[in-house]
Design a protein around this ligand. Structure first.
Ligand code: SAH
Length: 342
C-alpha cells in the first residue's frame, strides 16, 4: 500500500476501511500533502494507536537525500535521491526571480534511447509511482524551507511512458487540498509518444506541453532519437498542433542544438516551416556534452544566429538559460556518475 499515491477520495475509502472516521482521512492527507511529513509519528493529532496501525498496513517511505550538489554560480541544487528499493533518481531545484522551479524525474532510467542523453544509457529500470514523484517535490520544499512554485517534468524518464501515474501526479500536486501548485506553472516534456499526446489533450489540464523535436527531418530525428523511428515527425508535430488547438495552451518545441548535426540554415528554415501556424514557442538548448557521448554544442554566436533566423521567419524563440554549469546539471549525469562509482 503506497499511501502517498492515494488521492483524497481513495485515502478516505482506505481509512474508513480500517474502521476509522472520515475526518481522519482529511487530517492524514493534510499531514502528507501540505505539512509534507515523512513519518506517521509526526502526525500529532492522530492517535498513537492509529499511527501504529498505519505503520503496519501502509508503511510510509520517503525519498532519502543521498547526495546534494549546490552550484556556487547560481544556487541551483541537484539532488540524488535514494528510493525505498535502493534505486536512485535525480531532481533539480532552480531559483528564478519568479519563484522556485523543480525539475523531476518520472522514471528510474529511460527506454527512449536518445543518443545525446545520459539518462538513456542504462535503459529503463522501472516507472515511478505518483507518490514518489510527489515526494521529489515534497523533500525539496522541506529541505529548502521555501515554497516550490513551478515544476518541469524534464528529468530522467519519459512521462508519457508512465502515463497514469504522471496524470495522477499532475492532479494531486495541483489539488487545493495539497500543495496547490498551479497547473499553469507545470511543464511536461515528451519525446513524442503521439497517442499519449492525444490522450493528454483530453485530460482537461492547463499545463504546458513541450515536445522534444531536435531535428527537422524524419531521418535525422529517428537517428538522434530512436523512439522517433516509431512515429512520423509530421504526426508528432500534428499532435502538438491538436494539443494547442484543443486546450488553448501554447505549446513548446525543444530543440537541442548540436554542432554540425541540426544547426544549418536549412534546418532553421525547415523548423520554421514545421511549426508554422501552431500557437507555440521554440526553446533552443545548446546541447550539454555528456561524458559518454561526443556531441558538441555550437558556439554562442552560432546559437544567437540560429535564433535570429527563426525570428526572421516570425517564430517565438528563447534560448534555454543555463543553470548549474559547475555541477552535473544535465539530464541524468549525477545518477550516471553514482552508478559508475566515481
Ligand atoms: N523524456 C522527455 C523528458 C526528459 S528530457 C523528453 O524527451 O522530452 C528533457 C529535455 O532535455 C528533452 O528535450 C531532452 O531531449 C533534453 N536533453 C537530454 N539530454 C540532453 C543533453 N545532453 N543536452 C541538451 N538537452 C538534452
Amino acid at each position: 500500500m503506497d499511501i502517498r499515491s492515494l488521492d483524497l477520495d481513495e485515502l478516505t475509502e482506505f481509512i474508513e476501511g480500517l474502521g476509522e472516521k472520515k475526518f481522519r482521512a482529511k487530517q492524514i492527507y493534510r499531514w502528507l500533502h501540505v505539512s509534507l511529513v515523512s513519518s506517521y509519528e509526526e502526525m500529532r493529532n492522530i492517535p498513537k494507536s492509529l499511527q501504529e496501525k498505519l505503520s503496519e498496513v501502509a508503511p510510509l517511505y520517503s525519498l532519502k537525500i543521498y547526495d546534494l550538489q549546490v552550484s556556487k554560480l547560481d544556487g541551483t541544487r541537484k539532488y540524488l535521491f535514494e528510493l525505498e528499493d535502493g534505486n536512485m533518481i535525480e531532481a533539480v531545484l532552480m531559483k528564478y526571480k519568479h519563484g522556485n522551479s523543480v525539475c523531476i524525474s518520472s522514471e528510474v532510467g529511460c527506454r527512449m534511447g536518445c543518443t545525446f542523453c545520459a539518462s538513456a544509457i542504462g535503459g529503463l529500470i522501472r516507472q515511478l509511482s505518483t507518490g514518489e514523484m510527489l515526494d521529489e517535490i515534497y523533500r525539496i520544499q522541506s529541505e529548502i524551507g521555501e515554497r516550490v512554485s513551478n515544476i518541469v517534468i524534464m528529468g530522467t524518464g519519459e512521462p508519457l511512458d508512465n502515463y497514469d501515474n504522471v496524470v495522477k501526479f499532475l492532479h494531486m500536486v495541483s489539488d487545493e487540498n495539497g500543495l496547490n501548485i498551479s497547473q499553469r506553472n507545470i511543464t511536461l516534456s515528451t519525446s513524442g509518444i503521439v497517442e499519449g499526446i492525444y490522450e493528454l489533450a483530453k485530460e482537461n489540464l492547463s499545463i504546458t506541453l513541450a515536445l522534444s523535436l531536435h531535428a527537422t527531418t524524419q531521418e535525422r530525428r529517428a537517428r538522434l532519437m530512436p523512439i522517433a523511428g516509431q512515429y512520423d515527425i509530421l504526426d508528432a508535430v500534428g499532435a502538438m498542433r491538436d494539443y494547442a488547438n484543443s486546450t488553448g495552451r501554447r505549446v513548446t518545441f525543444e530543440y537541442s542544438l548540436i554542432h554540425g548535426e541540426n544547426d544549418t540554415d536549412e534546418d532553421a528554415r525547415r523548423l520554421a516551416d514545421l511549426v508554422s501556424g501552431i500557437m507555440c514557442h521554440i526553446n533552443l538548448i545548446p546541447v550539454n556534452p555528456v561524458r559518454e557521448r561526443n556531441f558538441e554544442r555550437p558556439n554562442h554566436e552560432a546559437v544567437l544566429a540560429f535564433q535570429k533566423k527563426l525570428e526572421n521567419y516570425g517564430i517565438n524563440v528563447t534560448i534555454r538559460r543555463e543553470l548549474g554549469r559547475d555541477i552535473d546539471g544535465a539530464c541524468g549525469q549525477l545518477r550516471r556518475r553514482h552508478l559508475k562509482g566515481h
